[in-house]
Design a protein around this ligand. Sequence first.
Ligand SMILES: C[S@@+](CC[C@H](N)C(=O)[O-])C[C@H]1O[C@@H](n2cnc3c(N)ncnc32)[C@H](O)[C@@H]1O
Length: 389
Amino acid sequence: MNNLAQFYTHDNFSKLLLSKILAKNPKRVLEIGVGGGSLVRAAKKKWKHSDIIGGDIDSMNVSTLKEEFPSIKLFVINGLSSHLREDLKLELGSVDVAICNPPYMTIKKSDEYGKILEESLLGCLDSYSQLTSDIIFLAQNLLLLKEGGELGIIVPDGLLTCQRFSIFREKLLSNYKLTGVIELPSKIFKKTEAKTHILIIRKSVCSSLSLPIYLANENGTIASKILVKKSALIYRMDYKYHSWKKNSNQKTSNSLLDLNVDIMRGSRSKKQLESLQINYLHTTDLKNEYCECEFPLHKTIDYLRYAEEGDLLMSRVGKRCIGKLMYVIKGNIPISDCIYRIRIPFEHRAKVISSLNSKIGKEWINAHSHGVCAKVISKRDLLNYQVTY
Ligand SMILES: C[S@@+](CC[C@H](N)C(=O)[O-])C[C@H]1O[C@@H](n2cnc3c(N)ncnc32)[C@H](O)[C@@H]1O
C-alpha cells in the first residue's frame, strides 16, 4: 500500500454512491481526500449549482483538480486534524452533503482523536481496541454535516464485520440514521483487492426497525437488496453475512462450543517455522478438497503447537484458502498460525467433520469470513458454528 492509501474510486461506484443520496439541490457539498476527483466529478454532474468544497493532504492532487475545476474550493488539509474545520474554512454543522473514500490506515490513539470521536457521538477512545483513519474521517464528516445532512462514505470490510469495531456500529446505529449499506465487489480498486462497502448516513436519529442492505455488481449497479433488523447490524453489517443468514433455515444441533470443541491456532508464523528448518504445516499444504493425512511421530518442541492424531485442521486466514480442511489420522506435525487445530471429542467427531465439510458448512464459512484483503475467520465465530445434521 502506498502510505497515503491513494486508491481511487472507479466512476461507476462514485455514481452508485451519489445515487443513494437524496438531497436534490444541496447548498454545500464536501469531500475530504479528493484524490483524482472521481467523487467530485460525479457530484459536479449531479448538483450543478452546489458549492463544492474539497481537500487532500497531497498538494499535487489539489493543484491538478484546481486546474480541472477552478470553481471548486480546494485546500491542502489533513483530514485527521482537529483544525480541519478552520483549514476548510467551514463551521461545524454547515454542510448539506458529504462524500468520502478515506484512507484506510491504523493510527495511534491520541487525545485529539478521542475528542473527535466523542464530539461525533461515536464513543470514547478507550472503547476502541484499535483506531483507524477511516473512523476519524467518518467522524469529521459527521461533525461538519448539518442536522438532516447526508454522508456517503466507502469503508473497509473490517469496520462492518470485525468484533473490535462493534462499538463503532453500535454508536452509529444509535445516534444516526443509517439509510443503506452497499457491499461492493472485491478488486474494484487498482493494485488492491480491498473489500469495501458504501455507508449512507443521515445526521438524524433513526426510528426505523429495519434497514436496507444491498449488494452491488461489477458495473456499479444494485444486484440485490435485503431488509435487516437494526439490532442485528451491531454484530455485522455486510450483505454477504445477512443474506446467508436469511437463506439458511437449516435444522441445527449444538454449537462447537456446546460440544466442548477446542480450537487453537499454531503458535508460530510460517517464517518462524521456516527458520527452524523442520517439517511443519501451513495453509498451502491443505488441499482444496477435504483430505485425511498421516505424519511420522515427530519429537516435539515445547513452544510449538502440534496437530496430532484425531485433530481436524482448518486454514483460518488467506486470500483464497479459507476453510480448507485436513484430518490427521496418525502422527504429529507443528502447524503455522494461519491454521486452526480443531480438537473434537471423539463421540462428536464424525458429525462435526461432515457438517463443516458439507455445502452448508462451506457456505457458512464463506458468510463468516471477513477482511479487507486477506479473509479471516474468527475463533469466536467458529465456536458459534451450529453443527447441522
Ligand atoms: C482512498 S483515496 C480516495 C481518493 C478519492 N476520494 C476517490 O474516491 O478516488 C484516499 C485519499 O485521501 C488522501 N489522504 C490520505 N491521508 C490523508 C489525510 N490525512 N488528510 C487528507 N487526505 C488524505 C490521499 O491522498 C487520497 O487521495
